[in-house]
Design a protein around this ligand. Structure first.
Ligand SMILES: [Zn+2]
Ligand SMILES: [Zn+2]
Length: 651
């Protein structure tokens, strides 16, 4: 008897690594070695993959203390805990051990366990047993089984660790852990979480990373295990955490901003960092509680490491970063970045191997600005590039050609650079360009690839010369898909489609980070267009991975709209009816018309386009019946009073 006594939705007491105690929890999912636990009364981003040995049946009293054994949550990050986890995993993998393993702490559990009182709950308290019973019922229905073979969602709490040591809650660091929690909360509120197959992430291996990055780059962002006992740490090992040769453009931040550096040196002549400053760089905050107060970075970091030169920037908050905008937490960022890339690989594997139809990788830090040899724009490893190249290597007969569509508002300079001469990876980016004025200033329409990769790089570079016109939004993005992306994709005929799904084109982003007005419906439509493409060309194989998106509310609802669309079964007959009455306008603005015409004018030497599109009078309209009907347009405006969001319990 091993995992057979586990029932989904059942209540257990589960070890919560960051709080160091058992809490009432519900079992959501399990795989070969780990169990996915939702802690009752905690937000859904606290859900975690833990070992079977870390759960037990609910005790009736509150005298639950940590038992005298080792706990090995997936989130444990110290070297010793990593070792423990490895040993623990080995135990599980060992069939003999497996057979001997009994779970006395669960033996009395009947299946739909319910609280006997006395357990510990999160801040929102106990959740509705009825809701969880409903989850359990759904899980074992045919519908539930079908849902878990359709869309995967990969999430892993280690990606929340990457944050600035200053723990600023301000907008000073737009790429922050709250991005993931806000999306998960939205998926929870919309009751989407039960319809996905939950997958846990893993760290990408150095060998996987090396498919897209130089060894030097991997070394820069993969620190050696830190040894806690040493009084003095050699500065070069700190230096190794940070990119020694950032290209000049990284000095300009993704949202603007100027680099400031202080000249005070905190190193001794032989290159050792003074211990007092070492403490600032290595705060002792191994736990990932969001309320951590272990660092109080109120004084500015007047330190410039003297070797190598131009190593780091001082950010506005006073901490060091690899650029004016990109934080680097010496203890955590490397793990988060490796888990982001590895999580996407895990999801892609499940899709290619046929366990899933499509999926969404809820990852950070993002990846599309990371070049083969440089971190920038919040990105360290290029998640999509690493996963795409691993996939091509791993499944040479199944996956020969990959299409990457990048709808983040920023150009994916890293992805473009990595695949610029690659004949079998087509990169199509739609982005705000403003004739090179918008970050990262690359992505001109005439950047088409080199060597074998000529024609395999398509930049739909949007510029709006009329500041009075409506900003780019749904009709502009959908028109780019309809008139350019779809026809080119059909000619390329990929074996799988990756989407660099940034949501910073969503309405609600400030001008420096976005400035466009794409709605959740727009993202849903783009997802639908890509799904139909995938269905038509590559048996539905599609993966979306999170890139940008910084205003939390628009980010959350837009990402949830995309996930909701992924869940819908795709009809094999490409049904145009699905697009009926979906847009408030089917006429893209003038800036978009000019930008699309420019793109087609350049790309026509590589791809075929309908003759109408080549005409100077083409307005790139969308089908008229995609226009929302009168009824939708004239519907009374929603009451402006804030609506109380219903408390959603369970999954
Ligand atoms: Zn900071
Ligand atoms: Zn972006």
């Amino acid at each position: 008897m091993t995992t057979s006594m586990i029932r989904m939705g059942m209540q257990v007491d589960a070890w919560k690594q960051d709080l160091g105690d058992f809490y009432r929890a519900r079992i959501v999912e399990m795989d070969d070695s780990l169990i996915f636990i939702h802690y009752e009364g905690f937000p859904p981003d606290q859900a975690d993959w833990i070992h079977l040995s870390d759960i037990r049946r609910p005790l009736a009293n509150n005298n639950i203390s940590k038992p005298n054994r080792q706990h090995s949550s997936i989130n444990a990050l110290t070297a010793s805990t990593k070792r423990r986890r490895k040993e623990s995993l080995q135990q599980i993998d060992d069939p003999n051990q497996h057979q001997q393993r009994q779970w006395p702490h669960l033996q009395d559990e009947k299946g739909d366990g319910d609280d006997q009182g006395g357990g510990k709950y999160g801040p929102k308290g106990r959740e509705s047993p009825l809701s969880w019973k409903d989850y359990a019922t759904f899980y074992y229905t045919q519908e539930g089984t079908k849902a878990r073979h359709h869309t995967g969602l990969v999430q892993d709490r280690r990606m929340a660790l990457h944050s600035c040591p200053c723990h600023s809650k301000e907008f000073a660091h737009p790429e922050r852990p709250d991005r993931l929690s806000s999306i998960l909360q939205q998926l929870h509120n919309e009751r989407i979480l039960r319809y996905v197959k939950h997958l846990h992430g893993r760290e990408a291996t150095p060998s996987e990373l090396s498919k897209a990055h130089t060894i030097q780059h991997i070394h820069n962002y993969t620190p050696p295990e830190q040894e806690g006992n040493k009084e003095i740490m050699k500065v070069t090992s700190i230096a190794a955490l940070l990119n020694p040769t950032p290209p000049p453009k990284t000095l300009r931040g993704i949202g603007g901003g100027v680099v400031t550096t202080e000249t005070t040196t905190a190193t001794t002549q032989d290159g050792y960092l003074l211990p007092s400053h070492r403490n600032r760089l290595l705060p002792n905050d191994e736990n990932i509680t969001t309320t951590s107060t272990t660092t109080s970075a109120t004084t500015p970091m007047n330190v410039k490491l003297t070797y190598p030169p131009d190593l780091v920037c001082q950010m506005a908050c006073g901490e060091l970063g690899i650029a004016v905008d990109t934080t680097f937490h010496p203890s955590h960022s490397s793990v988060s970045a490796k888990v982001a890339a590895g999580s996407l690989i895990t999801l892609v594997d499940a899709i290619v191997q046929g366990q899933l139809h499509n999926g969404f990788a809820l990852v950070r830090p993002p990846g599309h600005h990371a070049e083969d040899d440089a971190a920038m724009g919040f990105c360290f490893f290029n998640n999509v590039a690493v996963a795409a190249l691993s996939t091509l290597d791993k499944y040479p007969t199944q996956i020969k050609k990959i299409l990457i569509i990048d709808w983040d508002i920023h150009h994916g300079n890293g992805t473009q650079k990595i695949f610029y001469d690659h004949p079998n990876v087509l990169y199509i980016s739609i982005h705000r360009w403003d004739h090179g004025e918008f970050y990262p200033h690359t992505g001109a329409p005439d950047e088409c690839g080199v060597g074998d990769g000529v024609g395999r790089n398509v930049n739909i570079a949007l510029s709006d010369d009329d500041s009075q016109s409506r900003p780019m939004g749904d009709p502009e993005f959908v028109a780019a898909f309809y008139h350019i992306i779809v026809p080119i994709a059909r000619q390329f005929n990929p074996d799988m489609i990756f989407v660099s799904a940034g949501f910073d084109a969503a309405a609600g982003h400030p001008e420096n980070l976005g400035g466009y007005i794409v709605t959740p419906r727009g993202f849903s439509l783009m997802t639908k267009l890509v799904m139909d493409l995938a269905q038509e060309l590559c048996d539905g194989k599609l993966v979306l991975t999170l890139e940008g998106g910084y205003a939390l509310q628009p980010l959350a609802v837009s990402a949830a709209a995309s996930v909701a669309q992924l869940l819908r079964p795709t009809s094999s007959s490409n049904n145009d009816d699905d697009y009926r009455h979906t847009l408030n306008s089917v006429k893209p603005n003038q800036g978009c018309v000019t930008s699309l015409a420019k793109c087609i004018q350049i790309q026509q030497s590589h791809w075929q386009f309908d003759a109408d599109l080549l005409s100077p009078s083409c307005r790139f309209h969308l089908p008229l019946h995609w226009h929302a009907s009168e009824a939708i347009l004239t519907r009374p405006k929603r009451d402006k009073r804030p609506i109380k969001v219903p408390m959603v319990e369970g999954y």
